[in-house]
Design a protein around this ligand. Sequence first.
Ligand SMILES: *Cc1c(COP(=O)(O)O)cnc(C)c1O
Length: 458
Amino acid sequence: MFDSLKKRFSSTETEELTAHPAGKPDISREKSAELYEKAKTYFPGGVNSPVRAFKSVYGTPLFIQKGDGCHIWDADGNQFIDFCGSWGPLILGHNNAKVREKVTETMQNGMSFGAPTALENELAELILKHNKYIRKLRFVSSGTEAVMSAIRLARGYTKRDKILKFEGCYHGHVDSLLVKAGSGLVTFGKTSSAGVPKSFADETIVVPLNDRDALKLAFEEFKDQIAAIIIEPIPANNGLLLQEKEFLQYVREICTETGALLIFDEVISGFRVGFEGAAGYYQIAPDIITYGKIIGGGLPVGAYGSSAEIMSNISPEGPVYQAGTLSGNPVAMSAGIAQLSELAKSGFYKDLNAKAGEFADSIQRYATAKNYKLKVFHVGSIFWFAFTDKPSIRRADEIDPASMEKFKVFHRELLNRGIYIGPSGYEVGFVSSAHTKIDLEKAKRTIFESLDFVFRNK
Ligand SMILES: *Cc1c(COP(=O)(O)O)cnc(C)c1O
C-alpha cells in the first residue's frame, strides 16, 4: 500500500472520550460506542475495512444510521455535514432520489441473474459515448478487482511480468501492489502487508512520484521486462499529491517508447474531476483505465476499459481469464446509470468544481490571513487539508508525519461541531452536488473555528 500504512492502522490504543480544555465538548457517542464494542466481537478491529476504525484520530468510530443530501446522522442522532461521501462514490450526495428510485424500480424484477441484462449495455453505452479514452470495458464489483484485472490484462498483452508503481499511490489490496519502496531510487517493492509472498513483491518496481530520473533508471535496469506502469494520475489516497502535467506526459512517453502499457487507476478521479476523469482533465491517453467508486452510484461496481484491440485479450474473446458471479449486477448497474446520467448533463462538473474550488480557496485565504500552517490542495471537487507551509507536495515523502498530530485535533473539533471528514490526515475530502452554498458557508465557519482551536498556541 503506502509508507503511511503502519502509521494509520497499527495504533492500538483507543483514546478516552474527554472534554477538551477550551475545545468543544465531545458529542454523545454512547450508542456508537456500544455498537463498536459488539462489532469488535464479530470483526477484526470491529470493522470491515481498516480505516473506519478511527485508529488515527481521537475516539471510536461513529456508526452511521442514515444519510440525505450532504448530511449524515449517527446512531446517537448527531447530524453532520459530510465530506467523506462514502470515500468518494457519492458525488450526488447521500440517498439521491433519482438513484434510489431507479434501484428500487429494478429490484422489483429480481436481484441477480448471472446472465446478461440490458442494463449492462445501458451503463456501458452511457460511459463509452462520453469517454474517448476507452472503446470497450468490462464490469467488475470493486476498484481492487478492476486493478487486479487490468494488471493481468497488461501482463497477458505484453507477455512481460513486471509492474512499475509509484510510492504514495494506492491501488486497492491487490497482492502485487501491496508493496512500498525500499531504500534507493529504484527498488523492488517490499511487501507492506503480511501474507504477500516476497516473490510477488519482486515483480513490482516502486519509484517516487515526480521523479523522471528514477523512471528512466527503472526502464534501463529492467529493459523489456516492464508490462505496465500503474499510476493514480491524481494521487488521492495518501494526501492529494497533485502531479505536474509534464510529468504525466513523460510517463506516457516512456511507456510508448518501451512498449509498456500505461494504466491510469481512476478509481477516485474517474467521473470525479470530469466525466472523462483525469485522462480528460490532462488530455493524456492511457492504454488501460480502471474505475470504481462513483461508477456504481454507491453500490459495488468497478470497471476496466481500453481499446477494442487490447480488450479482445480478455476471455472469452482472448486468453486472459477474468470472471465474476455478480459482475454487471442489475441493481448495481441501475445505480450507476442513474448517477452517471446526472453527471453527463452539461454544466454538471463546471458548477460542482467551481463551488468546491471556491470552498477550498476561501479556507486557504482564511488560514493564510491568520498565518496558520495549512495548505488546502484541491482539484475538481477533491480537497486535502495539509498542515504544512510547503507550496506544493508531490511526493509521499514530502508529507511530514508529525503534521498528523494537528490533523487529529482538527478532526475532533470538526466532529464535535458537526462536520464529518475521513478519519485520517492522509485522506482527501469530497464536495458533492448536494452541498448547497449555504451548507458550504456553514461548514466554512465551523472549519475556521476549528482551525482557530488547532492553532490556538501557535
Ligand atoms: C478506492 C481505490 C481502489 C480500491 O477500490 P475498492 O473498491 O476499495 O476495492 C483502487 N484504486 C484507487 C485509486 C482507489 O482510490
